[in-house]
Design a protein around this ligand. Structure first.
Ligand SMILES: Cc1ncc(COP(=O)(O)O)c(C=O)c1O
Length: 511
């Protein structure tokens, strides 16, 4: 083997690292062993000879050989240094250094089936702008105030609070949340029932693990929230989609004959994605149903703080004492998503077992953020921020609804606009295909999810009654809304014209 050539080629390929000589030689020899150039059993050139051949100090070569020996790539005997067995990784296709991880492709078979079937999740760049749902007006968040609260929280911490935190969350935050929920959401709870989580997604994962077994059935609204679907599928549950109509989840006698659910997931205050509000009659029936089946209802109250017409509706959880309800909330909408703080309120009897489970499934910490948030709630600043955002979102919603009625009133109707940060635009002309229109809008730089894309019924869903678009408005300044709706309406009208004149297909030409 021509060591000089080997080292020269390696140095050329790795010059950008700026490694010192001994590191360069060590990496070079290691890569040669890994890719089989220096096969197991090969005797390395003596250090003095290699130093002379490469014009290096002998210590440089000694360092490299010692490093390889420490890592197990070579072994020393009385006569010198030999490449160890099983050190090569020829199957990896000649990955040139162990440190350059990721050069060898991991076979897809290595993924669990549930990980292979997940939908593509949008990146942060796809989460801004019109009409992305679920993201608040981030430019309105009081950053300076939040920085001060964080600073104050950090200054108040002692060494003990740098340890792992309380498994249910910081007591001060649990108290503050319990107080807020009792006062503004009609939730019946005390702090002992409140668990702090990393957000709703994490609460859903926890509920699925803690309150259902592999193969148990979960009912979920159809259309429904993809995050919940992913959590339930990920936990190995049997997911059954239950249709949603203008009054929320619509259970029928047919559902009573099917397998009993362990969990029932609903968004009663503002159904995701269509915006229906679950009627009182159905809420009470669902609670009775869950009691009869021994099931727990997961009430995801994700954006209910924003009710635009009339006072906020109380949560289902508070409708009956010790209702079989796991109540989920998040600060992603009321504060900002990157905060990653949400909460879960459980019936009294379940708090103990959940704390034990939590201790084994999640690490605890971020004490300063939790204390700052408790301060934000206690000081009244949270309520003030909510009031401001409510006013802002209502104004944006009013402009959007008026504009949609003006430009699209003839072929679509607005649904679910009474609360939250998004509404549903439902096509009244059945020949329109929401998925095609959504894709066409995406080419125009407008994000408007198709309602039909939120199906949860499984592999062979019936054609959904919900044919339309989901439009988030919290992020869009009011003065931009009409212009955006005009662009959106142009695409929808063109699709309607094409559907009327040439069957269901859109013409291929760009607008
Ligand atoms: C129905 C629903 N629940 C919960 C959330 C928030 O989840 P997280 O707290 O994980 O950010 C969202 C966000 O879009 C949502 O749409």
């Amino acid at each position: 083997l021509d060591y000089a050539l080997l080292v020269a080629a390696f140095m050329q390929d790795h010059a950008q690292h700026g490694w010192p000589r001994q590191r360069m030689l060590h990496e070079c020899l290691r890569a040669a062993i890994r890719n089989g150039t220096l096969a197991a059993g090969t005797r390395l050139v003596a250090t003095r000879a290699l130093a002379a051949e490469l014009d290096l100090a002998r210590n440089t070569v000694l360092y490299a050989y010692e490093q390889l020996a420490c890592e197990g790539f070579v072994v020393s005997d009385r006569r010198g240094t030999v490449v160890a067995g099983a050190a090569a990784d020829v199957a990896a296709g000649g990955s040139d250094a162990v440190g350059d991880s990721g050069t060898a492709a991991v076979p897809v078979r290595a993924l669990a089936r549930r990980a292979r079937n997940l939908r593509v999740v949008p990146g942060p760049a796809d989460m801004m702008g019109a009409f992305v749902p679920g993201v608040p007006a981030l430019d309105m968040f009081p950053m300076a105030l939040w920085r001060r609260l964080l600073d104050r929280a950090w200054r108040g911490l002692g060494p003990a609070q740098l340890n792992y935190g309380d498994q249910a969350g910081e007591p001060a935050l649990r108290q503050a949340i319990a107080g807020h929920l009792r006062a503004s959401r009609g939730v019946l709870c005390d702090a002992s029932q409140v668990f702090i989580t990393d957000g709703t997604q994490s609460s859903l994962d926890l509920c699925a693990r803690a309150f259902a077994d592999n193969g148990d059935t979960v009912w979920i609204e159809d259309p429904g929230y993809a995050g919940a679907l992913a959590a339930f599928r990920g936990a190995g549950l049997r997911v059954e989609g239950i249709p949603v109509d203008g009054q929320g989840i619509a259970l029928t006698a047919q559902h009573s004959r099917r397998r009993k659910p362990a969990l029932i997931y609903v968004t009663p205050s503002h159904q995701y994605p269509v915006g229906s509000v679950l009627t009182l009659e159905r809420r009470l029936a669902l609670i009775a149903r869950a009691r009869a089946d021994g099931a727990l209802i997961i009430e995801d109250d994700y954006d209910s703080e924003f009710r635009h017409d009339g006072p906020p509706l109380s949560a289902m959880q508070g409708l009956a004492p010790d209702a079989p309800v796991l109540y989920l909330g998040t600060f992603s909408k009321t504060m900002f998503p990157a905060l990653r703080i949400g909460f879960l309120v459980v019936p009294t009897g379940l708090a103990g077992p959940l704390a034990a489970m939590r201790a084994q499934s999640a690490s605890r910490g971020r004490v300063a953020e939790q204390l700052a948030l408790a301060d934000f709630l206690h000081s009244g600043q949270f309520a003030l921020h909510l009031r401001r955002m409510r006013r802002l979102y209502r104004q944006r919603r009013d402009v959007l609804v008026a504009s949609l009625q003006e430009h699209l009133g003839a072929i679509a109707e607005v649904h679910g606009e009474s609360a939250g940060m998004h509404l549903a635009l439902r096509f009244t002309d059945d020949r329109l295909r929401d998925a095609e229109i959504s894709a066409r809008l995406m080419e125009e730089g407008i994000v408007a999810h198709a309602l039909s894309a939120h199906g949860t019924a499984g592999s062979r869903p019936a054609r959904s009654k919900w044919n339309g678009l989901m439009l988030g408005y919290a992020q869009i300044p009011a003065e931009l809304i009409d212009g955006l709706v005009r662009r959106l309406a142009a695409v929808v009208h063109l699709a309607a014209y094409a559907a009327r004149s040439a069957g269901h297909r859109l013409p291929p030409a760009r607008l």
